[in-house]
Design a protein around this ligand. Structure first.
Ligand code: ADP
Ligand code: GN1
Ligand code: MG
Length: 362
């Protein structure tokens, strides 16, 4: 089906103008759709949901529907603009929150949030601070929400122990025949095995609380107001699931505390930024006050190391598998992504005490 035909199946008025690929997500396919309504241009986000990964689209979309409706209610109560501060699902004409095409493809539409942008690197430290506050508040929103209503979309998503097992399997299978090109990276990853169970064990033993979290807290999943530089909306709600705030905190650090793009081929320029770590920590902890437990606080820095390491072994596994999970647009992209993560892990582990001290300070 053509994109304009797909759009016509949703509750959208206006004449179709265009629909172009948009954003830099690795999982779904995102398009910016423009329509003309009463002489004015109206925009929507159209997404083809990755149904290879998300097997139960109905469960996934129900999660997003429940949380966004709850969020919108809270935004209205405090006098905010729900169409801007929350994702808003546009239903399909059959009343469902998504469309299933005759070829078994799945699409959804959101209202386009105007005047805001997602950043792939930190351009201003205050954006990073703002994203910390936004993700912190989003975690608190999920804490207030009755999480028993949510379906677990991708079990073991941040189970680093399982991710490590899958990584070892990818080495063994060597499906794309690329193993010999990455022996150094494999050696680095294997040398960190002692880290992998640090948070999983705490969660399993109940020492660390399991909370429903966002689980994909990179900077480009918060839209920042282009005029005021304030965070507007947390987006990309596909992975809301039971987890730990150490994962959410850690994934933001992984992505943001790096002056380069995640997939830079110039690994030598990748360097962990302690000032940005401090900026994010200050913002994140300002939201939680005394609602964060000691064990969570003590493990925020470990969360950063682990999320970066985990993402590194996921990229490397995908490289070994032949680039089948994360979208790539060039050869070696997953390898460059891997190298970025491992350089950050190595910087973080050698400056771990400084990270702990910063967390302690706030
Ligand atoms: P993925 O899961 O592939 O990362 P996202 O949901 O994060 O997909 O969307 C990809 C990009 O599209 C985002 O980084 C953001 O720039 C943009 N985007 C997504 N939803 C909206 C929206 N409602 N309004 C404006 N931009 C959006
Ligand atoms: C993917 O969808 P996107 O691009 O926001 C991935 C995350 C990774 C991230 C690495 C569902 O996020 O887990 O951390 O790439 N999402 C999924 O950039 O696997
Ligand atoms: Mg995204």
């Amino acid at each position: 089906m053509q994109l304009n035909e797909i759009l016509s199946q949703f509750e959208i008025k206006g004449n179709y103008l265009s629909c172009e690929p948009y954003g830099s997500g690795h999982i779904n396919r995102t398009y910016l759709a423009r329509l003309e309504e009463n002489g004015k241009e109206v925009k929507y986000i159209l997404q083809k949901i990755n149904s290879n990964l998300f097997k139960n689209v109905d469960g996934l979309m129900n999660n997003i529907k429940l949380v966004t409706e709850y969020n919108r209610g809270e935004i209205i109560k405090r006098g905010g603009d729900p169409n801007r501060e929350s994702l808003t699902i546009v239903n399909a004409k059959d009343g469902r929150s998504y469309l299933k095409t005759p070829d078994n493809e799945y699409y959804r539409v959101y209202i386009f949030i105007e005047g805001a942008k997602g950043y792939d690197v930190v351009e201003k430290p205050e954006h990073f601070y703002e994203s910390a506050v936004a993700f912190g508040k989003f975690a608190q929103l999920l804490d207030r929400f009755d999480s028993s209503k949510l379906y677990t979309v991708l079990p073991d998503f941040h189970n680093t122990v399982k991710r490590f097992e899958n990584f070892k399997k990818a080495i063994e299978e060597n499906r794309a025949g690329r193993k010999d090109k990455v022996l150094k990276e494999i050696e680095f990853a294997l040398s960190k095995e002692n880290l992998v169970s640090k948070i999983v064990d705490l969660l399993n033993s109940g020492k660390m609380p399991t909370r429903v979290t966002h689980n994909d807290t990179k900077l480009n999943n918060v839209l920042i107001d282009e005029k005021t530089d304030k965070a507007v909306c947390v987006i990309d709600l596909d992975t809301m699931m039971p987890g730990s705030i150490c994962y959410d905190f850690g994934d933001s650090i992984r992505f943001g505390c790096n002056p380069c793009l995640e997939d830079t081929p110039e690994t030598e320029k990748v360097k962990f930024s302690m000032p940005l770590f401090e900026e994010y920590t200050k913002g994140y902890l300002s939201v939680f006050g005394n609602t964060i437990t000691k064990i969570e606080k003590d493990n925020l820095a470990m969360g950063a190391v682990l999320m970066t390491y985990e993402c590194g072994i996921r990229f490397l596994s995908d490289y070994l598998d032949g680039d089948v999970y994360f979208r790539t647009s060039r050869e070696n992209q997953n390898l460059d992504r891997t190298r970025t993560q491992f350089k950050l892990v190595s910087d973080m582990t050698s400056r771990f005490d400084e990270m702990l001290n910063i967390v302690e300070k706030y």
